[in-house]
Design a protein around this ligand. Structure first.
Ligand code: FE2
Length: 330
């Protein structure tokens, strides 16, 4: 990208990875002092190209751009001209707070809760194609966003656990979790059922679940266990590769709070228990392949949700990483 007043260069980071000959993540650094309207004008012109690069590289980290506030981040994302995916319409199980109609806090879960690698909302039938993150304030320690090339993970998993990979591909997955009656910000998955399902009564909640193909079970304390229809465990990418597009690692490792037990969170599509060794190997490969985005104030990351997984490391201090989601494109 080069404009009269804007010079952007590819740069590198310590421990940056390379897959299929491409850097992971791709890092684009703004090398000139400039203002946001100029950046947004360039983004508008190059949006399509950047989205193509996100599909190829999985993650693009924009560093050194003049993005300082939630409003700036909103303008940066809006300049791409992509459809917004509003949090309130999603079936996300995270508690979040909106800052603007398209910008919200990434997850209100406490600092000592690790959020495991996942594809955003792949445990629901409705998911975004892309995510943007913005670092408004880095944590004092920790708080990186690990990202992982999911197509590379799938390739390695299929080589190491071929039967597990065949079972996942053939059977798909079902997820089950308990939603509280009121938001519980102490949990990484504490969004209430009235908020998640945009319902005020049980009858409305049941109607919405039935429409989405879920089954459900009311709990004595007013909470709701919801179980998804069979969802695919993988996704074919336009370039012919396959990604591990699911929430298997997060659900089997991390869906844990006062209501939820990870051992009940996920099964094959036919209801059978997952192969434990295979699930552990997927998590191990996720650890091996994770790259921790070392947030600096003002950083923006664009994640292709079909190609790369993301999570959140534990942290100390105040961490403000905001997010914005894009409804399916391409
Ligand atoms: Fe997420």
């Amino acid at each position: 990208m080069r404009e009269r007043t804007l010079e952007v260069a590819e740069t590198s980071l310590p421990d940056q990875q390379s897959h299929f000959g491409d850097a992971f993540p791709l890092v684009l650094e703004c090398r000139t002092a400039t203002d946001l309207p100029i950046v947004c004008a360039v983004l508008r012109e190059t949006s399509r190209h950047l989205v193509e690069r996100a599909a190829r590289y999985g993650v693009i980290l924009f560093r050194g751009f003049p993005v300082l506030s939630d409003q700036d981040f909103d303008a940066f994302v809006a300049a791409f001209g992509l459809p917004n995916f509003p949090y309130y319409e999603s079936l996300s199980n995270a508690v979040r707070v909106n800052r603007t109609p398209r910008v919200f806090t990434a997850n209100e879960a406490p600092p000592d809760v690790e959020i495991y690698l996942h594809h955003e909302m792949a445990q629901t039938p409705i998911y975004p194609s892309h995510l943007f993150f913005f670092c408004e304030q880095p944590a004092t320690t920790g708080g990186a966003t690990p990202v992982c090339r999911s197509d590379v993970l799938w390739e390695r998993l299929a080589a190491r656990c071929p039967q597990f990979a065949r079972d996942l591909e053939a059977k798909g997955l079902r997820y089950s979790h308990i939603m509280p009656a009121a938001d519980d910000a102490a949990s990484g998955m504490g969004r209430s059922w009235p908020s998640t399902l945009r319902s005020t009564t049980r009858a409305e909640a049941e109607e919405r679940l039935a429409g989405l193909g879920y089954s459900w079970e009311w709990q004595p304390d007013g909470a709701l266990r919801a179980t998804t229809p069979v969802l695919p465990a993988i996704r074919r990418l336009p370039n012919g590769r396959t990604s591990f597009f699911n929430q298997l690692i997060a659900a089997s490792q991390g869906w844990k709070d006062g209501r939820n037990d990870p051992s009940r969170a996920i099964t094959y599509g036919d209801g059978a228990q997952l192969d434990r060794a295979g699930a552990l190997e997927a998590a191990r490969l996720g650890d091996e392949l994770a790259f921790d985005v070392p947030w600096q104030r003002g950083d923006v990351a664009l994640v292709d949700n079909y190609v790369a997984m993301h999570g959140r490391r534990t942290f100390t201090g105040t961490r403000k990483v905001l997010a914005s989601l894009i409804a399916s494109v391409g």
